[in-house]
Design a protein around this ligand. Structure first.
Ligand SMILES: NC(=O)c1ccc[n+]([C@@H]2O[C@H](COP(=O)([O-])OP(=O)(O)OC[C@H]3O[C@@H](n4cnc5c(N)ncnc54)[C@H](O)[C@@H]3O)[C@@H](O)[C@H]2O)c1
Ligand SMILES: CC(=O)N[C@@H]1[C@@H](OP(=O)(O)OP(=O)(O)OC[C@H]2O[C@@H](n3ccc(=O)[nH]c3=O)[C@H](O)[C@@H]2O)O[C@H](CO)[C@@H](O)[C@@H]1O
Length: 429
């Protein structure tokens, strides 16, 4: 593997940027990872020191810095900074613009800048490039070039960066060709996106489609709750036998992709006077699951109250599963924050249990006392929100044995598949 003398810069060393920097370094590139979070840089440097101690790993192939001057030596700069939503669910590209300004301040003429952040179609040229030009006094096309390549890594999945087709686009065919060669060093298959805008839009559409599919199942499952002869699990098990039925499960739709990316496309379509009603309705349905879960939890606790003689005023519910999806540690979740606020407002005391997450991070994120298992103290209910594989080791009988009598089990995640005993208070989505 020939060593590349050109320096490659990665701006934003999070879930996307950090693996990207490592992958390019492992492929022989000289990479500098830049992040404005000093603590993160120190953590990455320490991890790099520990991992390379004693082996011939060329530490110089990947260095980290919180000083943006490190970008001056870079011929290619890849940017992966956050693109969250505002409180009113509008795209917030402020970090993309700030990163553009920082890059512009240190951009060497003749360089190529690539944006990987998820943005609305048109944003690379409309929001990112102008900031680079503003602080660099350089002109796109004359002094530097730009490209866009969406990120499709799937946290918690072994698929990994290398095995996911990577769309790559550039301002010109020649820029795209150079970037395809670059990304071919780290992924098995790249795809030449016709334009930057097609790559930006594809990323949003992929996740909007997933959101829509999940919304269909969520709306059907919530409807089944009012139809006594329909169990949505039964219906899904039958539908799943059709060769082209795509299986989705009902639940809280969380994370930093699916609940967010559709809004980038909604904003852009409506900006141009087109309808995005289907995507909007899917978001409305999926966001309504939070209140549905709240109602189910209260109803289950009320059913418990009818059975227990002594009613303790402050009922306590143990939330099992705090990460945004199964088998990941990432607790970034707006839906759970909203759900917990509703439950606390209703006087419910919450504690948490999740073997996958960092307990301090979860405690801090959700203001929760974290328990190391399900039977640390008295509870009125167990609320299963994330279907971690390890929860599959629990049986309903074991849960009943290890918790106080008449504990309500609200199984939103579909953790338990065994026949439900009539003597326990059990609620599915
Ligand atoms: N996390 C995923 O699984 C995933 C998947 C696909 C796409 N994406 C997209 O990739 C982008 C990055 O997401 P992420 O999950 O890696 O975010 P993250 O929050 O994990 O990491 C972002 C990093 O960027 C740094 N940063 C922010 N502004 C900066 C600036 N101006 N200069 C330097 N560093 C800066 C932050 O300190 C942080 O370390 C987002 O647009 C996201 O939608 C994420
Ligand atoms: C690069 C990128 O953008 N990658 C995305 C990433 O998305 P992600 O990490 O956000 O994970 P998702 O799996 O989409 O889950 C999101 C939320 O939806 C809930 N959910 C899910 C399925 C279902 O049937 N019912 C549900 O309720 C789940 O619990 C969670 O809260 O990986 C997906 C492949 O997994 C990709 O396709 C998708 O592009």
């Amino acid at each position: 593997m020939e060593s590349n003398t050109a320096q490659l810069g990665v701006v934003g060393l999070g879930y996307v940027g950090s693996p990207l920097a490592s992958a390019f370094a492992s492929a022989g590139h000289h990479v500098v990872g830049y992040d404005h979070d000093v603590e993160k840089i120190e953590m990455l440097r320490e991890r790099s020191r520990v991992s390379s101690a004693g082996d011939e790993h060329d530490e110089s192939s990947l260095t980290y810095s919180s000083d943006p001057m490190c970008l001056q030596a870079c011929e290619t700069i890849i940017t992966a900074v956050p693109t969250p939503l505002t409180e009113s669910s509008e795209p917030d590209l402020s970090m993309v613009r700030t990163a553009g300004r920082t890059i512009g301040e240190h951009l060497a003429p003749g360089s190529t800048v690539v944006l990987e952040s998820t943005v609305y179609p048109g944003a690379t040229r409309a929001e990112f490039v102008p900031e680079i030009e503003r602080t660099s006094d350089l002109s796109l096309g004359e002094d530097f070039e730009v490209g866009y390549s969406p990120e499709r890594i799937n946290p918690g999945d072994d698929l990994g960066l290398r095995h996911i087709i990577k769309p790559v686009s550039g301002r010109t065919d020649s820029v795209r060709s150079e970037l395809l060669d670059l990304y071919d060093d780290i992924v098995d298959e790249t795809y030449p996106a016709p334009t930057i805008e097609s790559a930006e839009a594809a990323k949003c559409l992929e996740n909007a489609q997933r959101d829509l599919n999940i919304a269909l199942i969520n709306q059907f499952a919530m409807a089944c709750a009012t139809i006594d002869y329909l169990e949505y699990e039964d219906v899904l098990s039958v539908a799943d036998t059709k060769w082209n039925f795509q299986r989705y499960n009902p639940g809280l739709v969380e994370g930093h992709c699916i609940p967010i990316d559709p809004y980038f496309l909604i904003e852009r379509l409506e900006h141009h006077g087109a309808s995005a009603s289907l995507m909007r309705e899917a978001r409305t349905v999926n966001e309504s699951v939070t209140d549905h879960v709240f109602q189910l939890t209260i109803e289950a606790l009320n059913r418990r109250r009818e059975r227990v003689s002594v009613i303790d005023d402050a009922e306590r519910v143990l939330v099992c599963g705090l990460s945004y999806k199964p088998n990941v540690a990432d607790v970034r979740s707006r839906a759970k924050q909203e759900l917990f606020e509703k439950l606390r407002t209703a006087g419910i005391d919450l504690v948490g249990y999740d073997p996958y997450v960092n307990p301090e991070e979860a405690a801090d994120t959700f203001d929760l006392e974290m328990w190391p298992s399900i039977d640390i103290g008295d509870v009125s209910g167990l609320l299963f929100l994330t279907n971690h594989s390890t929860f599959g080791d629990l049986t309903l009988d074991e849960v009943v044995e290890r918790t106080p009598e008449h504990t309500a089990i609200i199984d939103i995640a579909g953790t338990f598949e065994e026949p439900i005993r009539s003597d326990i208070i059990y609620q599915r989505l």
